[in-house]
Design a protein around this ligand. Structure first.
Ligand SMILES: N[C@@H](CCC(=O)N[C@@H](CS)C(=O)NCC(=O)O)C(=O)O
Length: 205
């Protein structure tokens, strides 16, 4: 069996999900973190992962796997004792809605921050306004969704993704989602105590 390699960038919320799972599953000795150079022309990383995205895991069979949730599920499966909760059939639709809404929030935030990081002459105010408004709408919806029992039960995909999304949102300069969202704030305060979360805090710029 080969030692697995997890390609990451320190600030990526998607990579953070996978990094948290390595810790949650006690796999630190079986997975080595590798810094990837993303979003530059001709990065040597493209030889490893043609999509150029992180996270990317070289699995124990030597083959690569992308997509944060797929990587988390693979890491979770290795010991035959999965940690991440799965919905019972009668909960599946409600959980699919929560999973999808957490994904929408994170994907929109990622587009927003990417736009802000562009050189100012390439930055689109239209995209920034669009993503800001999307995030506000989704966070308003989450102020109710976060009280769903799935969000406070055993650890699961939606909790993992929301935790990384909310932390990532706080990295957007001038954007504070906490005022007027007491339920979401309380949930975040409780969840951010998870050791795998504190251990994967990105460096402050
Ligand atoms: N759906 C993917 C999204 C991954 C993603 O977009 N990662 C960003 C970092 S936050 C990336 O690698 N961007 C580099 C690029 O777009 O070239 C997942 O869940 O893993």
């Amino acid at each position: 069996m080969i030692k697995m390699k997890l390609y990451i960038t320190p600030g990526s919320p998607y990579a953070r999900m996978a990094r948290m799972m390595v810790i949650e599953k006690g796999l630190q000795s079986r997975v080595s973190e590798q810094l990837a150079q993303t979003r530059v022309p001709d990065s040597p990383y493209y030889e490893t992962n043609p999509s150029g995205r992180v996270p990317y895991l070289i699995c124990e069979d030597g083959l690569g796997l992308e997509e944060s949730i797929a990587i988390c599920d693979y890491l979770d499966s290795l010991d035959g004792a999965p940690l991440l909760a799965r919905p019972a059939p009668q909960q599946a639709l409600a959980v699919a809605r929560l999973d999808a809404r957490a994904g929408s929030l994170l994907d929109g935030l990622a587009v927003w921050l990417r736009e802000l990081l562009r050189p100012s002459d390439e930055r689109s105010q239209t995209i920034i306004r669009h993503e800001q408004a999307r995030a506000q709408r989704l966070l308003n919806a989450w102020e109710t969704d976060i009280t769903h029992p799935w969000m406070s039960g055993p650890f699961n995909h939606a909790q993992l993704r929301m935790l990384c999304a909310l932390a990532f949102a706080l990295k957007i300069r001038g954007f504070d989602w906490t005022p007027d969202r007491p339920a979401l704030s309380r949930w975040f305060e409780a969840m951010r105590q998870r050791p795998s979360f504190t251990a994967t805090e990105p460096p402050s710029k």
